[in-house]
Write a new protein. Structure first.
Length: 452
């Protein structure tokens, strides 16, 4: 990825919005912004001010925010221009600024995907793990993904990895010093027992990090909780009550719910929070007229996908057939209208009876498959997990070589021990970018959208 020249891109999400954002970064960012402003131009100091644009867009209002380097996101001079959010207007302005820059002999081009964050990495503003946190935050679709991405961006993974890297670097330096003095038996920079203790501690740290991690693929796979029952059993009302807002249309007319309705729900209690996908669907019946067959097929598909099914039966009606088995909860709805005395979790959306108890029951049922949203959650990307597993494996091999020689004076197979430690250190270094082959960098930043 080319890190030279001044780059520009639309940095706001696609589509129409009240406001849109242009981002410019590079040596000539201030000069380029000044060329399109009616007033004296972009301030060289950190500032924000209102302006109007010149050229064919004369009179277009904008807000210019100046971040002089190196105290900016990219570590370079950075300009952000807030404008009306018409996407055609924004793209046209990018083209105009590139053309105006060329006329003024300023090298400026459109940024490629992830190039702003790539420059932040090159200028030491982010390490690779934190950069991947930016990408994860952009793609987050629920609270679990967003919280995990935030921890990655905040450097929680990086701090653990950097500490391990620092300790291993110190141990490796002593091992390699011992190689330089192999002809002097009285010079032993580190004895096998001390090296073994240090490597065992490092292996335990990596093991804990790998055990506590939450993979992105797990966060994305929120468990489905499907409300199933006959028409007019109160499923849509229960969905609204669980969400604490009106999401589904409620009516006494059978068949009001036709499509499958999906909404994320965060359930919090004293043990933290989990996030689920709550699914409402058409009531179960055998009418083969009109749209009903298609509605029933969609309901069956949702039920087959479910991690937990809430079988909804009016509290005043007897339960017929077998009791729900594993993966199902019997929920008695409309309990304010009277009950049949049969078992089940009784609820009422009128007075709130049983709603919190139902949320607790859902959490208990899904505790093995749901992702907790908490401060201890760490997200590891597949690349990071592979690197840490490789480092752990090489440290384990080194430990097996050293264990029989714990009480010896000199290190056994010192060259092999040094090679294993170096390989483990290189693997750890790829997590934060201390070791960063070009193919690794290309893979990471190619997944970003333009403007980030």
């Amino acid at each position: 990825m080319d890190a030279s020249g001044t780059i520009i891109a639309v940095a706001s999400p696609p589509g129409v919005s009240p406001k849109g954002l242009l981002r410019i970064s590079g040596e000539h960012a201030l000069d380029l912004a000044s060329l399109i402003m009616v007033d004296s131009g972009a301030s060289p100091s950190r500032s924000i001010h209102a302006t109007r644009l010149v050229d064919q867009l004369h009179g277009l209002p904008g807000m210019v925010i100046t971040y002089p380097g190196p105290r900016s996101y990219t570590g370079e001079d950075l300009i952000e221009i807030l404008l009306p959010g018409n996407p055609h207007l924004l793209e046209d302005l990018v083209d105009r600024m590139i053309r105006i820059g060329a006329e003024a002999s300023i090298e400026v081009r459109r940024a490629t995907g992830g190039e702003f964050t790539f420059r932040a990495y090159l200028n030491g503003k982010l390490d690779l793990a934190e950069a991947e946190g930016v990408a994860a935050m952009i793609s987050a679709e629920n609270d679990g993904e967003l919280e995990a991405a935030r921890l990655l961006l905040d450097g929680k993974v990086s701090r653990v990895v950097m500490e391990a890297s620092s300790k291993l670097t110190g141990l490796l330096a002593l091992v390699e010093a011992g190689i330089d003095f192999t002809d002097q038996e009285d010079v032993v920079p580190i004895e096998p027992g001390d090296l073994l203790d240090g490597l065992v501690g490092l292996e335990a740290s990596l093991e804990q990090l790998l055990e506590n991690r939450t993979g992105g693929e797990r966060i994305q796979a929120m468990p489905w909780v499907v409300l199933r029952g006959e028409p007019n059993a109160g499923k849509s009302s229960l969905l609204n009550a669980l969400l604490d807002r009106k999401r589904a249309v409620v009516s006494q007319i059978h068949g009001t719910t036709r499509d499958v309705i999906m909404e994320p729900l965060k359930i919090e209690d004293g043990h933290g929070a989990i996030e689920i996908m709550l699914v409402d669907m058409a009531g179960l019946d055998h009418d083969d007229k009109g749209l009903n067959p298609a509605m029933q097929r969609a309901a069956e598909t949702a039920t087959n996908r479910a991690d937990l099914v809430l079988d909804c039966v009016e509290a005043s009606r007897p339960v017929t057939g077998d009791r729900p088995g594993d993966g199902c909860l019997l929920v008695r709805t409309k309990s304010d209208l009277g009950t049949s005395g049969q078992p089940g979790l009784h609820t009422s959306v009128i007075d709130g009876t049983g709603i919190q108890e139902l949320k607790t029951a859902i959490r208990v049922e899904l505790q093995e498959v749901a992702t907790s949203i908490g401060a201890s959650m760490l997200r590891l990307e597949p690349r990071q997990r592979t690197a840490l597993e490789s480092a752990r494996a090489h440290l384990g091999e080194c430990i097996r070589i050293l264990e029989p020689a714990r009480c010896d004076h000199a290190l056994p197979d010192v060259e092999l021990v040094a090679t294993l430690c170096r390989t483990a250190l290189d693997a750890i270094g790829t997590v934060t970018g201390q070791v960063s082959p070009d193919d690794v960098l290309g893979e990471i930043f190619s997944g970003f959208c333009v403007g980030k």
